[in-house]
Design a protein around this ligand. Structure first.
Ligand SMILES: C[S@@+](CC[C@H](N)C(=O)[O-])C[C@H]1O[C@@H](n2cnc3c(N)ncnc32)[C@H](O)[C@@H]1O
Length: 266
């Protein structure tokens, strides 16, 4: 059986004081046909302990560790829950959900995902008008969920304001969907950038959830502006009349307007 330990955890004996062969820095020579940015990306991948560990454990992406580390803090992955995974490709989070014995896992992405036996996958753009209804059809039952996750991030254009707007649109749609489908006491976790959600969205979340906080899991690269917004304990009846001044501060100093960003970690 494969030992699924999270790299960097104290109980993980693979690191510690000893250097292993895997920790030796791999340098990538610049090839004429490869752009400098691609060489940097390749070098980063080859030297990233989470990439190596994901390969060893058979995870489809290093993102799996982010979800595991977020869960260590908020404990939302409990067996038997109905969960929706927005922006699921290539499927690392789905694997974690499946390992944690979720009852009903529904996932969506514009990109294809190699099938999992226990995941119902919809290949579709979540921004399509009928995506929420299609998802609810796939969810079956009363179209409700206990947990909505979003790791969606748009392809960057290099134009900061455009990228910022696209990210905010995805977040807003994910929040709308969560407010629509979550059962009372349900939870919502979504990727955001820089200072977190904008004040208006924070206000909306604080009106509708008992606790709202931001988490930057260790597997999220320090240089990446990404972090995760965790809205816990859905109050049950969606209220959409929040004003920015209702947002308050969650004490982690990360609330407020989200600054435009360039380097998204996909
Ligand atoms: C960081 S990756 C997700 C990684 C995934 N959580 C995992 O563990 O493998 C972000 C994903 O969001 C998806 N995405 C971005 N915009 C989307 C949209 N409008 N609808 C559906 N998926 C979207 C991308 O295709 C991409 O696969």
């Amino acid at each position: 059986m494969v030992d699924k330990k999270i790299p960097g955890k104290r109980s993980d004996n693979s690191g510690g004081g000893k250097r292993t062969a895997r920790e030796t820095t791999v340098r990538v020579k610049t090839a004429r046909e490869r752009k400098a940015s691609s060489t940097r990306w390749l070098q980063r991948q080859l030297n990233d302990p989470y990439v190596q560990e994901a390969q060893r454990l058979g995870y489809r992406s290093r993102a799996a560790f982010k979800l595991l580390q977020i869960d260590e803090k908020i404990n939302v992955l409990r067996p038997g829950l109905r969960v929706v995974d927005l922006g699921a490709a290539p499927g690392g989070w789905c694997q974690v959900l499946s390992d944690k014995k979720m009852k009903n896992i529904v996932a969506i992405d514009v990109l294809p995902v190699d099938p999992f036996p226990d995941v119902d996958f919809l290949q579709m753009d979540f921004t399509d008008d009928d995506a929420p209804e299609r998802l609810k059809e796939v969810m079956g039952g009363n179209g409700k969920a206990d947990l909505v996750l979003s790791d969606m991030s748009p392809n960057t254009t290099g134009h900061r304001q455009t990228d910022h707007l696209r990210m905010m649109m995805l977040l807003e749609l994910a929040i709308d969907f969560a407010l629509d489908v979550l059962e009372p006491h349900g939870n919502f976790v979504a990727k955001v950038f820089q200072g977190g959600a904008e004040a208006e969205l924070m206000a909306l979340l604080k009106k509708n959830f008992k606790t709202v906080k931001h988490i930057k899991p260790p597997a999220s690269r320090k240089e990446s502006p990404e972090q995760y917004l965790c809205a816990l304990g859905f109050k049950g009846t969606a209220r959409k009349d929040a004003r920015p001044e209702d947002a308050g501060n969650d004490g982690d100093g990360e609330d407020g307007d989200m600054r435009p960003h360039r380097d998204m970690e996909l």
